[in-house]
Write a protein that binds this ligand. Structure first.
Ligand SMILES: C[S@@+](CC[C@H](N)C(=O)[O-])C[C@H]1O[C@@H](n2cnc3c(N)ncnc32)[C@H](O)[C@@H]1O
Length: 364
């Protein structure tokens, strides 16, 4: 498999132990159901599992073997009683290694090799073990306490009305200290070294921190945070209610995992390798995460053409832009329908306070 640019660091490590792309946007835009065949960037598995829990057949693809090992682990956890499943993931009392041994026979050789080599990730709590989650934890545990006390954090999350929240955010939260330390911690330099890698920024032009800060202002000042699991994890290092977290973690979601396993295949490849080998009409929907972010424009354009070739008429294509603007190439615009207003409306509801754009396009 080609390992260049961002693919090189991503392929050799566990970068993400949770998906930081809001499932609610995928659910709304892709409207997954039985009969769908979805190509989904696997990443930490959360969104691919959620798609399969909705009844879709899912091909979860990733160029990273560690990411796929995590996806398999989460899926195999469907064989466990609920509390043991949570303990495997570090969310309840129990010995993750002992529980891991129980589900190991359900894993592929590739996943088994990975976990045997990295039992420390299970011991430390696997949902905190990704490079990006460790970076966020440094923010939550070391940087945020220098800015706001627990009472202020609770005050923002528990605001009683949108007006009270906006006023609290603007007067108390968005202090010079918040803005200053945020700009340093979420700068390109720090993020590339602690949370992602320099290669993941190779296509990025312009400022990074300022753009995330602007999006944070919108989400922290304007969205209900008591029901936002993504912001709760970033500000409080935990979810308040697991029933509002990723669907596979809820009691009902977990109960559906064993059946969902019948509908999921994990593919270890890059999208660039996989798509040219697909028959026309293979996929009815795509979750592309924000992979366009890492690809030079010419490579993205070629990938998008192959994606269209592999799509069934009416297929939905959903993805995010973080810092790099990516959309259906102009030369292929006649083959899709853009949903600009709907995409903008969905971004306004995005509970993850990072992204510059959400894109939904439909194949003609
Ligand atoms: C696109 S990354 C993005 C995560 C997060 N939204 C961010 O911006 O930091 C999510 C996953 O995509 C995988 N990935 C990136 N480029 C890919 C490609 N061209 N083909 C397949 N998987 C890819 C990575 O290995 C990773 O597990």
């Amino acid at each position: 498999m080609a390992s260049q640019g961002a693919a090189e660091p991503l392929s050799r490590r566990l970068s993400y132990s949770q998906c930081w792309e809001d499932w609610a946007l995928l659910d709304d835009s892709l409207d997954p159901s039985p009969g769908d065949r979805v190509l989904s960037i696997a990443s930490a598995g959360c969104n691919s599992l959620a798609l399969a829990l909705k009844g879709a057949h899912v091909v979860g693809i990733d160029l990273s073997a560690p990411q796929l090992a995590l996806c398999e682990l989460k899926l195999a956890g469907g064989r466990l009683p609920y509390l043991r499943f949570l303990a495997l993931l570090g969310l309840a009392e129990g010995d993750p290694l002992e529980i891991y041994r129980e589900i190991e026979p359900a894993l592929s050789d590739r996943a088994r090799d990975f976990w045997r080599g990295r039992p420390d990730l299970l011991v430390d709590g696997v949902l905190c073990a990704g490079r990006f989650e460790r970076y966020l934890a440094t923010f939550t545990q070391r940087v945020l306490p220098l800015i706001h006390g627990r009472r202020t954090i609770r005050g923002l999350i528990d605001a009683k009305s949108p007006a009270e929240q906006r006023a609290f955010h603007d007067r108390r939260w968005s202090s010079w200290r918040w803005r200053g330390l945020f700009r340093v911690f979420f700068s390109r330099w720090v993020m590339a070294r602690l949370g992602r890698s320099p290669e993941q920024f190779s296509q990025v032009r312009g400022t990074v921190a300022e753009r995330i800060l602007a999006r944070c202002d919108e989400v922290l000042g304007g969205q209900p945070l008591h029901e936002n699991p993504y912001v709760q994890w970033i500000l409080e290092d935990a979810w308040r209610d697991i029933e509002l977290a990723h669907p596979y973690l809820t009691r009902q979601g977990h109960a559906g995992l064993a059946a969902a396993a019948e509908r999921i295949e994990w593919v270890h490849a890059s999208l660039e390798e996989h798509l040219p080998a697909c028959e026309p009409g293979t996929y009815t929907a795509y979750n592309l995460s924000n992979i366009g972010e890492y690809l030079p424009k010419a490579v993205w354009d070629e990938l998008y053409a192959r994606l269209l070739d592999a799509a069934a008429p009416g297929a939905r294509v959903a993805y995010w832009n973080l810092f790099v603007p990516r959309a259906c190439p102009t030369a292929l615009a006649g083959r899709i329908v853009r949903h600009s207003q709907r995409s903008a409306d969905l971004l306004a509801r995005d509970r993850v306070p990072f992204y510059g754009a959400f894109v939904l396009e439909t194949v003609r």
